[in-house]
Design a binder for this molecule. Structure first.
Ligand code: BJW
Ligand code: ZN
Length: 259
């Protein structure tokens, strides 16, 4: 791992010092050090299924019990995880900085929100969940939805949760492959990325669209892109500064101490 005196780190710090508006665009690598498995790493498998096989409407149509069993496992796992120093550095910067710092996250684990609410009950700064949340559930047939942290009984098809309004199956409140992201969320996110002086891209393989295009929007509008990842990604060529290594190493140095 490079030290904080590398040219890329110095350039990244300078860009952040000069910035008024910052977006932090995060992916699964942001939560890896909290113990949340990433999607495409070697730890992404669950009972020999790839996440891509389960996070789809057709998987839910074919075997809703299996899909709910996976989501129930993930909800339990994430409930036992805590924000790591990377989340805390971002949340701290959101609370103490006079800059506008907005998090656009692909993660459904709620850890950015938890880090922020642990620090401050009232902050103007926000977190946008592009792909929904593990802790919301919604109806597969009507607009009904609710926050939900209860265990799901996925022992049989008949025990799965049902909509109180129309009796159809309830489903996780996340965005699956082939589904459109919420239009308002998407418009807001592209606008925030376009207006940002700096976009900090953290722990994403940058393979999943349309989210992966957000940093391109910042770059196209003349903003500075900082990428933090263990390895290079399709966005690395576009990044003005690449910081190789774990997010919990770089984010506290980049956002809080500057050392
Ligand atoms: C660390 C680290 C440490 C590890 N520190 N780093 C254009 C071109 C091609 C395809 C498409 C396109 N537009 C749309 C598509 C199709 C598709 C898509 O993108 N496919 C590609 C894979 C080819 N996109 C969609 O289907 C989207 N929908 C859509 O576009 O709809 C259009 C439409 C319009 C109108 C009507 C109908 C449709 C929806 C995408 C939804 C993605 N959903 C998921 C599941 C969410 C629910 C759940 O969690 O169960 O979102 S898939 C999964 O991937 C999840 C993630 O948010 C997302 C991104 O993954 P992420 O975060 O990047 O994780 P990893 O594991 O891939 O990477 C981790 C990284 O961290 C690695 O790089 C590591 O090195 C790094 N790392 N430890 C720093 N400690
Ligand atoms: Zn319903």
């Amino acid at each position: 791992m490079d030290g904080p005196t590398t040219p890329d780190f110095a350039a990244a710090r300078r860009a952040l010092t000069d910035a008024t508006r910052v977006v932090v665009f995060s992916g699964a690598g942001m939560s890896a050090e909290s113990g949340v498995p990433t999607f495409r790493g070697p730890d992404g498998l669950w009972k020999n299924f790839r996440p891509e096989q389960l996070a789809t409407p057709s998987a839910f149509a074919a075997d809703a019990r299996l899909v709910w069993e996976w989501y129930d496992w993930r909800r339990r796992l994430v409930s036992e995880c805590a924000p790591n120093p990377g989340h805390i550095a971002v949340a701290t910067a959101q609370v103490v900085s006079d800059k506008q710092i907005h998090v656009l996250t692909q993660n459904v684990d709620g850890l950015h929100e938890r880090a922020l609410s642990d620090l401050s009950e009232a902050t103007k700064q926000g977190v946008t969940e592009l792909h929904g949340s593990l802790f919301r559930i919604r109806c597969s047939a009507c607009p009904y939805e609710r926050p939900d942290r209860q265990a799901i009984d996925a022992s049989s098809f008949d025990s799965l949760p049902r909509c109180p309004d129309c009796s159809a199956l309830l489903r996780p409140g996340v965005v699956w492959f082939g589904e459109a992201l919420d239009e308002k969320v998407l418009d807001f996110s592209f606008q925030a990325a376009a207006e940002a002086d700096v976009c900090v891209v953290v722990g994403t393989s940058a393979l999943v669209e349309p989210a992966a295009s957000l940093p391109r929007q910042t770059a196209a509008s003349g903003g500075f892109v900082i990428e933090i990842n263990l390895e290079r990604t399709p966005l690395s060529g576009l990044a003005d500064a690449f910081l190789p290594g774990p997010s919990s190493h770089w984010l506290p140095r980049l956002l809080t101490t500057g050392e």
